[in-house]
Write a protein that binds this ligand. Structure first.
Ligand code: HEM
Length: 476
C-alpha cells in the first residue's frame, strides 16, 4: 500500500456503509451502467437512505429519499453547497463557471448573476411581458403547421431559449435563424449524450473513457462550439459597450471586469465570463423545453387532464387575452398539473453532484471536506411516504380536498438549498405562460390511441429524455 492509499483510507474511514468496492473499478460490478440511476435507487433499498458508493476509485455518498435530502440540502445547506465532479463537462469547464464552480468564486458569481437578472426584470413584470410576447411567437409558428403532424422539439427549444437569450445576449432569435437552430441542436445533443449509456459510462469511469473513442467525445467538441458562439457575442458587446447603459448580462460582466481590473484577488475574469454565459445559455434552454415537450406528451396520454385544463383556461382567461402570472392563483388545477408534470417528468433525476464544504458529522458519520455527494432528487419526487401514488401521473398530488393548490417540500425538480436552480423563478413563469398559451389556442391530437402512448423516458442520465414524437395541434 502506498502512502497516498493509506492517507486516503484514513480520510474516508468514517463513511456510511455501502456495497464493497473493488480496486480501480469500485462498485461497477454491482450496477447496470446503462441504468445507473435505477441501480443506485435499488441499492438504497439494501443500504438505506445514505450509503457510500465508489465510482471507480472515487467514493461518493448517495442520498436517497425526501427526509435525508431535506436534512442535507436544506437543514445543512451551507455545508452541502460545494459542487461535485461532473466528468462530462469537467474537461471543458475545468471547475469554472456558475454551474460547475465552487467556494468563494461560485458564491460571488451566483450573487452577481442573481442581482444582474433582477435588474433586467427577472421575477418582475417586464420579464413576464417578454415571455408573453414569446408565447405569441410560438403560437404563430405552431399555426404554420396547419394541423399536420410535426415534432415540437425545436419550436419549444426556440421559445425557451429566447427568454434566456434576451437576458444574456440582449436579443431573441428568429425560429428560422440557421445559426440559432444549430446552437440549439448542440445543446440538445449534449443533453441527450449526457443522459445516454455513454454519458453514464463517462460519469462512472472518467479517466478511462477520456481515452476511449465513442459518441461521448462529442460532448466536449459541442461545448467548444457553443463557447465559440459566446466568444463572438462577447466581442460584439465589447465593441459597442456603453458602461452607463448595459444591455444584457454580458455587458454587466464586461463592466464588472473593468471595475475589478486592478484587484488581484477578483474572481471575475474572461474565462469565468465565457463559461458562466455558456452555462446560463445551456441551463436556460434545454430544461424548460424538455419539460414542455415531456408535458405535452403526458397530456396526450391523459386527455381527461387536458380537458380540465381547457375548461379552467376558458373559465379564468377566456379566448381574448393572453394568460398572465396573476391568473395562476385562480387556476389551482393548472398549477397542480404543471407541478405534477415536473415531478413525473423528473428531468434532472440525480441532480448535479454536490460536495461537502468542510469536514462534518452527519447522521452519525464523518464526511470529509470535498467528498462527492449524489443527491438523488428522483427519490424525493417519487418518495412513497410523500406522494400517495408516486409512480402514476396524478395531479391530485398537488391538490387538497377542496381542490386548492397544495405545495409540498418533497417537490425537488429544481433541487433545494444553496444550489437550488438559479433560474427557478424564470422557469416557473415560462412553464405557466407557455403551456396555458398553447392550450388556450390549440387542442392536442396524438397520432395513436392515448393508452398506447408510452410516457416513460427514452433514456435517463443527467437528464430524463422524453421519447421523440410527432403530434398535431388543432386550433380551437
Ligand atoms: C424546468 C426548468 C428547470 C429545471 C427543472 C432546472 C433544474 C435544475 C437543477 C436540478 C439544478 C441543480 C441544482 C443543484 O445543484 O442542486 C439546476 C441548477 C441551475 N440552473 Fe436550473 N433548471 C431549470 C431551468 C433553469 C433556467 C431557465 C435557468 C436560467 C437561468 C437555469 C439556471 C440554472 C443554473 C445557473 C444552475 C446552477 C446553480 C448553482 O450551481 O448555483 N435553470 N437547475
Amino acid at each position: 500500500m502506498t502512502d497516498k492509499d493509506s492517507s486516503s483510507r484514513r480520510r474516508f474511514r468514517g463513511l456510511p456503509p455501502g456495497p464493497t468496492p473493488l480496486p480501480f473499478i469500485g462498485n461497477m460490478l454491482q450496477v447496470d451502467v446503462k441504468e445507473l440511476i435505477t441501480s443506485l435507487r435499488t441499492l438504497s433499498k439494501s443500504y438505506g437512505p445514505m450509503y457510500t458508493f465508489y465510482l471507480g476509485s472515487r467514493p461518493c455518498v448517495v442520498l436517497s429519499g425526501y427526509q435525508v435530502l431535506k436534512e442535507a440540502l436544506i437543514d445543512r445547506a451551507d455545508e452541502f453547497s460545494g459542487r461535485g465532479d461532473f466528468p462530462a463537462v469537467q474537461m471543458w469547464s475545468k471547475g469554472n463557471g456558475i454551474v460547475y464552480g465552487t467556494g468563494e468564486r461560485w458564491r460571488q458569481l451566483r450573487r452577481f448573476a442573481i442581482s444582474t437578472f433582477k435588474n433586467f426584470g427577472m421575477g418582475k413584470r417586464s420579464m413576464e411581458e417578454r415571455i408573453k410576447e414569446e408565447a405569441q411567437f410560438l403560437v404563430a409558428e405552431f399555426h404554420k403547421t396547419q394541423g399536420k403532424p410535426f415534432d415540437p422539439t425545436f419550436f419549444l427549444s426556440c421559445a425557451g431559449s429566447n427568454i434566456i437569450c434576451t437576458l444574456v445576449f440582449g436579443d431573441r432569435f428568429e425560429y428560422t435563424d440557421k445559426k440559432f437552430l444549430n446552437l440549439l441542436d448542440l445543446i440538445n445533443s449534449n443533453w441527450k449524450l449526457m443522459s445516454s449509456t455513454w454519458g453514464q459510462l463517462l460519469f462512472t469511469f472518467p479517466k478511462i473513457l477520456r481515452h476511449v473513442p465513442g459518441p461521448h467525445r462529442q460532448i466536449y467538441k459541442n461545448y467548444l462550439k457553443l463557447a465559440e458562439f459566446v466568444r463572438e457575442r462577447i466581442e460584439m458587446n465589447q465593441q459597442t459597450l456603453d458602461p452607463n447603459a448595459p444591455r444584457d448580462f454580458i455587458d454587466c460582466f464586461l463592466i464588472k471586469l473593468q471595475q475589478d481590473k486592478n484587484n488581484p484577488s477578483t474572481h471575475f475574469n474572461e474565462d469565468t465570463m465565457l463559461k458562466t454565459t455558456v452555462n446560463l445559455f445551456f441551463a436556460g434552454t434545454e430544461t424548460v423545453s424538455s419539460t414542455l415537450r415531456y408535458g405535452l406528451r403526458i397530456l396526450m396520454r391523459h386527455p381527461e387532464v387536458e380537458e380540465k385544463l381547457h375548461e379552467e383556461i376558458d373559465r379564468v382567461i377566456g379566448a381574448n387575452r393572453s394568460p398572465c402570472m396573476e391568473d395562476r392563483s385562480q387556476m389551482p388545477y393548472t398549477d397542480a398539473v404543471i407541478h405534477e408534470i415536473q415531478r413525473y417528468a423528473d428531468i434532472v433525476p440525480m441532480g448535479v453532484p454536490h460536495t461537502v464544504t468542510r469536514d462534518i458529522q452527519f447522521r452519525g458519520y464523518h464526511l470529509p471536506k470535498d467528498l462527492n455527494i449524489i443527491p438523488l432528487l428522483c427519490t424525493s419526487q417519487f418518495d412513497p411516504t410523500q406522494f400517495k401514488n408516486p409512480n402514476s401521473f396524478d395531479p391530485t398530488h398537488f391538490l387538497d380536498k377542496q381542490g386548492k393548490f397544495k405545495k409540498t417540500d418533497a417537490f425537488m425538480a429544481f433541487s433545494a438549498g444553496k444550489r437550488v436552480c438559479l433560474g427557478e423563478g424564470l422557469a416557473v413563469m415560462e412553464l405557466f405562460i407557455f403551456l396555458t398559451t398553447i392550450l388556450q389556442n390549440f387542442k392536442l391530437k396524438p397520432l395513436m390511441n392515448p393508452q398506447d402512448i408510452d410516457i416513460t423516458p427514452e433514456s435517463t442520465g443527467l437528464g430524463s429524455i422524453p421519447r421523440p414524437y410527432q403530434f398535431c395541434l388543432i386550433p380551437r
